[in-house]
Design a binder for this molecule. Structure first.
Ligand SMILES: Cc1cc2nc3c(=O)[nH]c(=O)nc-3n(C[C@H](O)[C@H](O)[C@H](O)COP(=O)(O)O)c2cc1C
Length: 168
């Protein structure tokens, strides 16, 4: 696909099903992500691919984060939220671990480099025919979720990227 076509035809896939990207396709997608522009060549991004076990733990932590934001959530809504995340075909969390010793490159520039990586990921997955949904929500700002992913509370989650076969 032409790059301009990929950019213009990209859209969020609000409903995904299996299969997610093959290992070879995922490697290609992550390689594209890692070619994002990056001030100072700090590579401040992390791409955390959630395997099945990690996805279950992440889904529980994400549902808990949402309940903090929406305390009126019923147990049924909590279970539905958890299930929705857990059944996503493939999740890649794009995080920014800010190099605070690098005073020449301000934090915001490191965060936007990670966001550029997330967009590269999106376009590369779209180019290979996969559906993508870029999410953040309460989970992206929750210390419990970050801990589950092995991130520091000061790290930034710039995208919770759901990838799979597009239904909608
Ligand atoms: C940083 C970022 C965070 C987002 N977070 C969410 C989210 O939490 N939930 C959601 O449904 N969509 C989320 N989106 C997707 C946007 O809602 C979507 O891109 C927008 O509606 C435009 O639709 P399109 O991608 O089809 O052009 C996010 C997009 C970005 C760039």
């Amino acid at each position: 696909m032409e790059l301009s076509t990929a950019i213009k035809t990209r859209s969020s896939a609000s409903k995904l099903t299996t299969p997610g990207p093959t290992p070879a396709d995922l490697a290609q997608i992550l390689d594209a992500a890692a070619h994002a522009p990056d001030h100072g060549r700090l590579k401040p991004w992390q791409f955390i691919v959630l395997d099945a076990a990690m996805r279950e733990r992440f889904a529980l932590a994400a549902a808990a984060a949402k309940r903090v934001r929406v305390p009126t959530m019923t147990d049924e809504q909590f279970a539905a939220e958890r299930e929705k995340v857990a059944r996503s075909p493939t999740i890649v969390v794009v995080a920014c671990t800010v190099r605070r010793d690098q005073t020449k490159v301000p934090e915001i520039e490191q965060v936007i480099a990670a966001a550029a990586a997330a967009e590269n990921l999106f376009l590369a997955a779209h180019d290979l025919g996969y559906g993508v949904m870029w999410k953040t929500g309460a989970a992206a700002y929750d210390a419990g979720v970050k801990a589950e992913l092995g991130l520091d509370p000061n790290d930034h989650i710039v995208g919770i990227m759901h990838l799979g076969t597009r239904l909608k």
